[in-house]
Write a protein that binds this ligand. Structure first.
Ligand code: PGA
Length: 251
């Protein structure tokens, strides 16, 4: 049994006052969330330290949106795994499509970032997904296979057990166009099969695969009802505490 993880990726949104008000609304609405479900907030770096304090005692985890592959050094603007840990994080995104598309993050860099996260005792959420043209050209399975192998290949089973996966079709991110639960399930089943082939069935059945892309309170329960959908990575709808709670509370 994989406890569902509901993660809110705030991207480059919210200032401190708004963020603290948001978290206090979340705190008061936690009774709406079914037992056993894990919640995670992934705000911009500037909010991490103050939110770590606001989240104390709530059980809501904190994550970073990216990390540098080195633990320290002359890398102006870089934020390292140990820094995220020090700020109160237990998770970090690796390979989000916006990092891939706007900042050029690719295979080798992502491979190093994922290992830096593990070395800092952070749980990386490794994101994969195809663009619309790739889906229409029938390349989804091959692309997911490549994104999987180039970053996760060579990990031990024990390391893989510390990694979360996220399937995020790029055409569904921020577009309002969600994948149907069946389409998400197909992609998740592919990834589960690849986990099984490369890491064995124990690791494959323990590893969580989240879905992301225009998740809203109205479509969350359909997605979560799929066998291989083990959680949701929510962007836009996580910016309102009420809609994030609606998603986290979906049956
Ligand atoms: P969205 O973003 O929910 O706004 O589509 C999802 C994501 O980028 O993780």
């Amino acid at each position: 049994m994989r406890p569902a993880l509901i993660a809110g990726n705030w991207k480059m949104h919210l200032l401190r006052q708004e963020a603290e008000a948001h978290v206090s609304t979340l705190r008061s609405g936690l009774a709406r969330v079914p037992a056993g479900r894990e919640l995670l907030i992934i705000p911009p770096f500037t909010l991490l330290v103050s939110l770590a304090e606001c989240l104390q005692g709530t059980g809501i985890a904190l994550g970073g949106q990216d990390l540098h592959w080195e633990s320290s050094g002359a890398f102006t603007s870089g934020i390292s795994g140990p820094m995220l840990r020090d700020a109160g994080c237990t998770y970090v995104l690796v390979g989000h499509s916006e990092r891939r598309d706007h900042f050029g993050d690719r295979g080798e860099v992502l491979r190093r970032k994922l290992r830096a996260a593990l070395a800092a005792r952070l749980r990386p959420i490794y994101c994969m997904g195809e663009h619309l043209a790739e889906r229409e050209a029938g390349q989804t399975a091959a692309l997911l296979g490549t994104q999987f192998d180039e970053v996760l290949g060579g990990l031990s089973c024990a390391e893989m057990a510390e990694v979360e996966l996220a399937y995020e079709p790029v055409w569904a991110i921020g577009t309002g166009r969600t994948a149907t639960p069946e389409l998400a399930q197909d992609a998740h089943a592919l990834l589960r099969g690849q986990l099984r082939a490369e890491f064995g069935s124990d690791t494959a059945s323990a590893c969580r695969i989240l879905y992301g892309g225009s998740v809203k309170p109205e479509n969350a329960s359909g997605l979560l009802s799929m066998r291989d959908v083990d959680g949701l990575l929510v962007g836009g709808a996580s910016l309102s505490a009420d809609s994030f709670l609606g998603i986290a509370g979906a049956a």
